[in-house]
Design a protein around this ligand. Structure first.
Ligand code: CP
Length: 303
């Protein structure tokens, strides 16, 4: 596989295989500790990140490989006006694989057309975040023991939330999936995503009321209202605390609800929920490292 730009670049079988390898790595990490000897991963982050960048880097180190890159484009020649294409052609001379995050939708795709080494989209604007989706799928598979027969509530910024867009796209492939799309009017799911749900003959409900539906959910995927995607601060301030998941709201939820969040969290989940056994978002962070290890192996064609 040359590049991972969109979760649709992976077949259902390839996702199943990645989940299987990630679970094997979790069980027997020592079997993988030198798989990437002499290989280099470049992490090019033109937009801030904690989890994605560090989990990619930890993944490569745990596979015995090396990491180069930057976490702030101001420290690269981008600040002197270099194009993404020229940066990618340059970094391809020094590395075997590149994970790239960029604030502009489509930038990793443009980069992949010029790259001599595989490109992984580590998040592009409000568009896609396929490796977060692999993380989410591994989390669901481990925590719910299935990827079908699920009612999934997605709550918060469903308009700009790239993790939500990629997760819905991925879940459309599985049987008996129902989506509850919970957002304020201004942050509703884009029409093209809803059209894709309709085309897949899956059921969805749009609401702004989390409490009405929380008792129906197998998974509750909370998201942050993203300050960086707003054009004016007033709108952000009005919407930022629209949903705060707390112990009171969870009283109506199923005992085996799986609460997920791609993180970072701001206020949308009370820290008191962190000790609830249904809170899976920090486990999700760890699953992210294992699935990225599996992905690096696949993309470098290493068994
Ligand atoms: N989930 C996620 O993409 O987190 P970071 O922005 O910290 O990488």
């Amino acid at each position: 596989m040359k590049n991972l730009i969109d979760i649709k670049d992976l077949t259902e079988q390839e996702i199943e295989d990645l989940i299987k390898v990630a679970k094997n790595i979790m069980k027997n990490p020592e079997n993988y500790s030198d798989k990437c000897n002499h290989k280099k991963l470049a992490t090019l982050f033109f937009e801030p990140s904690t989890r994605t960048r560090l989990s990619f880097e930890a993944a490569m180190y745990e596979l015995g490989g090396h990491v180069i890159g930057f976490s702030d484009s101001n420290s690269s020649s981008t600040s002197k006006g270099e194009s993404v294409s020229d940066t990618i052609r340059t970094v391809g001379c020094y590395s075997d694989i590149i994970a790239m995050r960029h604030p502009k939708e489509g930038a990793p795709f443009v980069a992949s057309r010029k790259s001599t080494v595989p490109i992984i989209n580590a998040g592009d604007g409000g568009h896609n975040h396929p490796t977060q989706t692999l993380t989410d799928l591994l989390t669901i598979s481990c925590e719910k023991k299935r990827l079908n027969n699920l009612t999934i509530g997605l709550c918060g910024d469903l308009k700009f939330g790239r993790t939500v867009h990629s997760l819905i796209t991925a879940m459309l492939r599985y049987d008996n999936i129902k989506f509850i799309l919970i957002s304020p009017e201004e942050l509703k799911t884009p029409e093209y995503i809803k059209d894709n749900i309709k085309k897949s003959n899956k059921e969805f409900i749009e609401t702004n009321d989390i409490e009405e539906y929380i008792g129906d959910l197998d998974i509750l995927y909370m998201t942050r209202v993203q300050k960086e995607r707003f054009f004016n601060e007033e709108d952000y301030l009005r919407l930022k605390d629209y949903y705060i998941l707390d112990e009171e709201k969870l009283e109506k939820a199923k005992k085996d609800l799986c609460i997920m969040h791609p993180l970072p969290r701001v206020n949308e989940i009370s820290t008191k929920v962190d000790d609830d056994p249904r809170a899976c978002y920090f486990k999700q962070v760890l699953y992210g490292k294992y699935v990225r290890m599996a992905l690096i192996l696949k993309m470098l064609d290493i068994d």
